[in-house]
Design a protein around this ligand. Structure first.
Ligand code: UDP
Ligand code: MG
Length: 319
C-alpha cells in the first residue's frame, strides 16, 4: 500500500485550522481504514511564516495525533514555496497539495487515488464552476486563462494548486530549478500520464483570503512572463509598427509642406512625442521585467528555508 502525504500550506489560518484539522484527520483515518493508503500516511502542515496562532495550533495537533506532521518555514515564502517545501521535505509515495481553507473539496482525494491506481502520475483538481467567486475574480480568471492559452502557455483550465502527484513526478519536478514559481504551469511541463478530477469549489468558511489583489497580479504576471516570450516579441512588432507609422507620417508632412507649406503647430508634435515616449517606456518596462527575472534566477536563492520540523521520524527522513 502506498504512503500518502497531504500537504497544506498555511499562512495566518488560525480561524479555519481547527475545522481543517478535524476534517483532514477524519478523511485520512477513513482512507487508512478502507486500506486505500498505507498506515504511515501523513497530513503535513507547512507554516509559511504566520504571525497569528497558526503554528501553536499546528504544534498542538501534532502532539495529539501521529497522523500529523509539520514544517515551520523561517519566514513567509509565499504559497508556491510552501507547497514545494512540503513536497520536497516529506517522504511519501503519493503527494496531494490542498489549501488549508479546504475550499477545494478534500473528498476528491479518494477519486484522485483511483486515478493514480490506474497508472497516472499527476491528477489535477479542476473546479467545475466558479459561482462562489466574486464577479471580478470569476471574470478576471476566465480572461486570464484565455490570455495564457493565446500566449502559448500550457495550463489546465480552472486548475489551481489542488493536485496529486506520485513520487516520480515530484522527483522530476525537482529538475525545474526555477525561482519564479508558477507551479500550475510548470507541472504540465513534466509530462507523464495525467487525469482530471472535477469538483465544486466552496466559499471560504473562516478567515480571509491571503491572496490580496497585488499578490494575485504578481502571480498572474509570473504565469505570463515565466512561460511566454510573446510580450517581448510584441515589443519588437510594436517597434516595427511605430516605424511604419512614422514613415506614413513623414510622407504626410512632406505632402502638406509641398501643397500648403509647413504647418507650425505644437499639438501634433506634442501628441506624437507623448505617444512614442509612452510606447518606448512600456517597451523598456517589458524588457526590464524579463531582465529582472534573469536577475532573480541567477542568484538561485532558496525557495524555502525550514526552521523546525515536527512529527518526522528518522525512517521517513531518508526518502
Ligand atoms: N498561503 C501561504 N502563503 C502565503 C499566502 C497563502 O501558504 O503567502 C496559503 C493559505 O494559507 C492557503 C493557500 O495558500 O492555504 C491559498 O490561500 P487563500 O485561500 O487565501 O487564496 P484564495 O483561495 O483566496 O485564492
Ligand atoms: Mg482559499
Amino acid at each position: 500500500m502506498k504512503k500518502l502525504a497531504i500537504i497544506l500550506p498555511c499562512y495566518n489560518e488560525e480561524e479555519i485550522l481547527p475545522h481543517t484539522i478535524k476534517k483532514m484527520r477524519a478523511l485520512l483515518s477513513d482512507l487508512i481504514k478502507r486500506k486505500k493508503v498505507a498506515k504511515d500516511s501523513r497530513i503535513c502542515f507547512v507554516n509559511d511564516g504566520s504571525r497569528d496562532q497558526t503554528w501553536p495550533i499546528i504544534q498542538k495537533a501534532c502532539a495529539e495525533d501521529k497522523l500529523f506532521c509539520a514544517l515551520n518555514l523561517s519566514r513567509n515564502f509565499g504559497h508556491q514555496g510552501a507547497i514545494l517545501a512540503g513536497m520536497y521535505d516529506v517522504c511519501a509515495d503519493i503527494y496531494v497539495t490542498i489549501d488549508a481553507d479546504l475550499q477545494d473539496n478534500p473528498d476528491c482525494i479518494a477519486q484522485m487515488l483511483e486515478k493514480i491506481e490506474e497508472g497516472c502520475d499527476i491528477v489535477y483538481g479542476v473546479r467545475d464552476s466558479r459561482h462562489t467567486d466574486s464577479f471580478f475574480k470569476r471574470t478576471s480568471a476566465t480572461l486570464y486563462y484565455r490570455l495564457l492559452k493565446l500566449l502559448g502557455v500550457n495550463i489546465v483550465y480552472n486548475h489551481a494548486d489542488f493536485r496529486m502527484m506520485t513520487r516520480r513526478a515530484v522527483e522530476t519536478l525537482k529538475q525545474f530549478p526555477e525561482r519564479n514559481l508558477f507551479l500550475r504551469a510548470i507541472v504540465p511541463l513534466i509530462g507523464f500520464k495525467s487525469a482530471r478530477v472535477y469538483y465544486d469549489r466552496t466559499a471560504r468558511q473562516a478567515g480571509e483570503t491571503k491572496y490580496p489583489f497585488c499578490k494575485m497580479v504578481a502571480l498572474a504576471w509570473n504565469g505570463v512572463s515565466n512561460f511566454s516570450i510573446v510580450p517581448l516579441r510584441l515589443v519588437t512588432f510594436l517597434g516595427f509598427f511605430v516605424c511604419f507609422l512614422s514613415v506614413v507620417f513623414l510622407c504626410f508632412v512632406v505632402y502638406r509642406w509641398s501643397v500648403r507649406g509647413t504647418i507650425v503647430g505644437w499639438a501634433s508634435m506634442v501628441t506624437i512625442i507623448t505617444v512614442f515616449s509612452g510606447v518606448q517606456l512600456v517597451s523598456l518596462g517589458i524588457i526590464g521585467e524579463y531582465l529582472a527575472k534573469v536577475f532573480v534566477e541567477v542568484k538561485k536563492r532558496p525557495l524555502f528555508i525550514v526552521e523546525d520540523k515536527i512529527g518526522f521520524n528518522e525512517e521517513s527522513q531518508d526518502c
